[in-house]
Design a protein around this ligand. Structure first.
Ligand code: ADP
Ligand code: ASP
Ligand code: MG
Length: 405
C-alpha cells in the first residue's frame, strides 16, 4: 500500500467526461489499496475567464478580491471530482486549501506557503477516503484566502507530497511529460526520460509552463521526486530529480520561450548612485518581480544620463508602470517606454557548466534567422535573449534544431 499524491491540471478536468476519466484513474489506485490524495486545478479556461470578468470591471482589481474570486475555480472542480468518485462507489471527500491546512503569507495573488498541517487529510485517508484538495489556494493565519500564482496547483501537489511524506508524486497533464521544447510549438521536440531539478526550474521559470517554477523550487528544497505524465494514456512520463553525473553529458536539455514578459525602458535616467536602488526597491515594495535588467553607459555632458531597461511579467506591467510614473518627479528621467511585444528565448542545460562555445552557437543560429537580439542574460546553466515577440516561435524552432536536432 502506497501513499500517492496525484495532481490533475485544467485540461485533465476540462469537462464532465474528463472528470469522470480522472475518477476512473483514481479509483484504480484506490481499489488496489493505495491511499490517494488528488489535487485538481480549475477546469481549463475558468481561471482566465474569472480574471477577464474582473478586468472588465476594473483594469487593476484589488488583489485580495482577486484571490477570493480565483479560488472559486478550484472549488468547483474538487466537488465535481468527489461526486464523480462517489458515483463509482469510491468514498471521496473534497477539501479547500485552507481545510487541507495550507497556510500562506499574505501576498495576495502570489502567496508563499509558510507551513502545512494536513491533519484533516490524514484523518480522511485513515478512514479509507480519497481526499481531493483544491490546488492553487491557501489561507493566511488570519483566515484570508490566498492564491499561489498562476499554475499554482503544481505547488499544492508538491508541497502536500512533502508534508505527507508521500511515496509517489505524479503530475498529470495534457502532454506525455517534459519535452526538449513545448511540443505544441516545436513538432520535433523529444520527450525526456529524466531531468534535474535545476534544469526543470530554469525551463519552468523561463516559460515552459508544464510545471510552475515555484513548485520545482519547493521539490528541490524538500527532495520530492516527481513524475510528469499524461492523464489521457498510460505512457511513462518524465522523472524530475536531483542531478546525476551522466546528466552533464548533454549540453542543452531544453529550449523555452516566454511570451509573458513585457519590457519597460526609462529614458535618460540621471546616472548617479542610489537611483537604481530607488527604482527597484519601489517595484519590490509593490511586489513586482523584475527579471532582466540592462543599463547602458552614460551619455550626455553636464549631468550624465543613461537608459535603463528591465522586464516584468505582463500581468504586472500596469502596476509597474504606475510605480515608475510615481517616481518621475523625484528621479527626473525624461520618459517611460513600455512594450508587450517581446519574447524571451532561453536554452538550458547543466552540461553548459563544462562545455564552451554555447553562446556563440546560439547567437549564430539566431543571426541565421535574421533576428536582432535586444537583451542577453546568462547563468551557469542557461542563456536567455529578449527578441521580437513576432519572431519568437520561428527562433525557438531554429535554436532547437541547432542544439537538439
Ligand atoms: P495543466 O493544465 O495540466 O497544468 P499546463 O497547460 O499548465 O497544464 O502545462 C502543460 C502545457 O505545457 C503543455 O500543453 C505544453 O503545451 C506546455 N509546455 C511548454 N513547454 C513544455 C515542455 N518543455 N514540455 C512539455 N510541455 C510543455
Ligand atoms: N487554476 C490556476 C491557473 O490557471 C492554477 C493551476 O491551474 O494550476 O493558473
Ligand atoms: Mg499548469
Amino acid at each position: 500500500m502506497a501513499l500517492i499524491v496525484q495532481k490533475y491540471g485544467g485540461t485533465s478536468v476540462a469537462n464532465p467526461e474528463r472528470i469522470k476519466n480522472v475518477a476512473k484513474r483514481v479509483a484504480k489506485y484506490h481499489s488496489r489499496g493505495d491511499q490517494v490524495v488528488v489535487i485538481v486545478s480549475a477546469m481549463s479556461g475558468v481561471t482566465d475567464g474569472l480574471i477577464k470578468l474582473a478586468k472588465d470591471i476594473s483594469p487593476l482589481p484589488n488583489e485580495r478580491e482577486m484571490d477570493m474570486l480565483l479560488a472559486t475555480g478550484e472549488q468547483q472542480t474538487i466537488a465535481l471530482t468527489a461526486i464523480a468518485l462517489q458515483t463509482l462507489n469510491v468514498p471521496a471527500v473534497s477539501l479547500t486549501g485552507a481545510q487541507a491546512g495550507i497556510v500562506t503569507d499574505g501576498v495576495h495573488t502570489k502567496a508563499k506557503i509558510d507551513n502545512i498541517t494536513p491533519k484533516k487529510v490524514r484523518e480522511f485517508l485513515k478512514k479509507g477516503s480519497v481526499v481531493i484538495v483544491a490546488g492553487f489556494q491557501g489561507e493566511t493565519p488570519e483566515g484570508q484566502i490566498t492564491t499561489l500564482g498562476r499554475g499554482g496547483s503544481d505547488l499544492t501537489a508538491i508541497a502536500l507530497a512533502a508534508a505527507l511524506k508521500a511515496d509517489l508524486c505524479e503530475i498529470y497533464t495534457d502532454v506525455d511529460g517534459v519535452y526538449t521544447a513545448d511540443p505544441r510549438i516545436v513538432p520535433g521536440a523529444k520527450k525526456l526520460q529524466e531531468i534535474s531539478y535545476d534544469e526543470m526550474l530554469e525551463l519552468a521559470s523561463l516559460g515552459a509552463k508544464v510545471m510552475q517554477s515555484r513548485s520545482v523550487e519547493f521539490a528541490k528544497k524538500f527532495g520530492v521526486v516527481f513524475e510528469v505524465r499524461s492523464s489521457l494514456n498510460e505512457n511513462p512520463g518524465t522523472i524530475v530529480k536531483e542531478e546525476t553525473k551522466s546528466m552533464e553529458a548533454v549540453v542543452v536539455r531544453g529550449v523555452a520561450l516566454d511570451k509573458n514578459q513585457a519590457k519597460i525602458t526609462l529614458v535618460a535616467v540621471p546616472d548617479k548612485p542610489g537611483v537604481a536602488a530607488r527604482i527597484f526597491k519601489a517595484l519590490g515594495n509593490a511586489t513586482v518581480n523584475v527579471d532582466m535588467i540592462v543599463q547602458n553607459i552614460s551619455h550626455g555632458s553636464g549631468t550624465p544620463a543613461t537608459d535603463l531597461s528591465f522586464t516584468v511579467e505582463k500581468a504586472d506591467l500596469l502596476k509597474a508602470q504606475k510605480v515608475i510614473e510615481g517616481l518621475k518627479k523625484e528621479l527626473n528621467f525624461s520618459k517611460v517606454i513600455a512594450t508587450e511585444k517581446i519574447g524571451k528565448l532561453s536554452i538550458v542545460g547543466v552540461g553548459m557548466k563544462s562545455h564552451t562555445g554555447v553562446a556563440a552557437k546560439l547567437f549564430e543560429s539566431l543571426s541565421q534567422t535574421g533576428l536582432n537580439i535586444d537583451m542577453i542574460s546568462t547563468s551557469e546553466i542557461k542563456i536567455s535573449v529578449v527578441i521580437d515577440l513576432a519572431m519568437g516561435e520561428a527562433a525557438m524552432k531554429a535554436v532547437h534544431a541547432a542544439f537538439i536536432g
